[in-house]
Design a protein around this ligand. Sequence first.
Ligand code: MG
Ligand code: ZN
Length: 540
Amino acid sequence: MKIRFNAITVLVLSFFLFTGCAAKQSELGRTTSKPKNVILIIGDGMGPEQVGMLLTYARQAKEPVLADRLTGFDKLMDQGGSMGLSMTYADNVLVVDSAASGSQMATGKFAGSEMIGLDHNGNRAETVLERAKAAGKSTGLISDTRVTHATPAAFAAHQAHRKMENEIAAEMLALGPDVMLGGGLRHWIPKSANDKASAVRKSLQEMTEGAVRIKSKRKDDRNLVEEAKAKGYSLAFTKGQMEAVSGKLLGLFSYSAMPDAIRVSNALDDPKRKTPTLKEMSAKAIDILSRNDNGFFLMVEAGLIDWAAHYNDAGLMLHEMMRIDETVNYVLDWAKDRDDTLVIVTADHTTGGFGFSYTGKSIPKPRSLSGEMFKDRKHKPNYNFGDPAILDKLYAQQLSYTDIFKKFDRLSDADKTPAALADLINEYTSFPITQTQAARILETEDNPIYKKGHSYLGSKTVPKLDNKDAFFVYQLYDNRQNLLALEVASDQHVVWNTGTHTSTPVLVFSKGPGGSQVPFTGIMHHTDLGQRAMDAVTVP
Ligand code: MG
Ligand code: ZN
């Protein structure tokens, strides 16, 4: 009896000491409570603006496609989660790219721009995934872009530049996370697969069931897919193949990035769908990784939020946010009834400088109000503060701007008219444009919006102030998506500041057992977040 009493006392006492200790040590950015599993969900480009858009949609849309108007972010907080704010800048610069930011989260050390898994001097730095592996945990990486793209690469490779995806693929395979799922088959198959008559191409076509375009970007004949098989990985190229696997798994579901979230939404109920969703990949990864008694580390990236924001495609961005939300919900539901899993949801940076904004156009008609101060007057604001029904119209978009322009590009040259472009935009989006607007978009090289001349300067010729060239770096030769965004901006009540990233700090949501979430609260830098994640997977 006495022994038992003592054991309980010790247990109760240590619980209080333990939680007290965790709270105290959080001031030093450390915790004494180690979760068994750590799941890090990264929304690429998911700044407070993007999270805010999702929350706005959930709360204010007329008919949001969300049960009880609740997002996963709301659910996480309702379940006792915490929030923090994290600075993202890389070494010696104001703004971060995904490679440096991913590296800083993965290693806890400052990185130089566009580096993968290195410190700012360019030395290899241990990553949280490597640390977790060394601690005997299972590890996994998921992305809806390419598995070798900057964010997942930063956790499992060390390279001077993010573009070295062939090298990154080989390095990731050598390290061998238990689960790798995403797109980017092109970096895993031999150069000879580009030869239409080659045996390797035929075999790949069979293996992929025609679901993935077979084209290699490798400069050599390494067949990493076969090498993976020899290392004990099961391979998956379709949702069905993925679902049949229970051991080590390499899943490559597309040539480059996986389908964007509007395509995913459109195909969700198609029984013949061959591409898994981010949530389905996450579910499979957790199913496999959670078989290890030592626990696991899993990084899940929703990488296409960033791509939508680079193109200033607001409707697509909302769909991408719904996709990460679905994944966050799944992970929370899985972790809910166990107290061994730390879930962290954050972003690497924010993209686009997005916001809903009020305008001086289409001022709403004055309205009568029942309130005492409006007995003798109408409610008549001076500006148009935006109708919440815009949110439903954004969600109703049927194709991404990129896919709309792809359709336009497939027309014959004679048919590539402003009228045809306006027709496509008006068919697939809820914010119609005129032929004049379409014509203005098609002048991509030297857009009249930016050069609309005034003669204040007399005959003097001064170079135009061209923010288009400065901040729309990926769109120098094709900025049509961004130009479309400008044409519909006032109808959408949406403003975009840039085609790149901004330095706005990002939100950090966390929920874990025994005070393990505490180190991820407050104001921090992503190197702090990385160090604390490393600490969380370190077995003492
Ligand atoms: Mg990324
Ligand atoms: Zn980006």
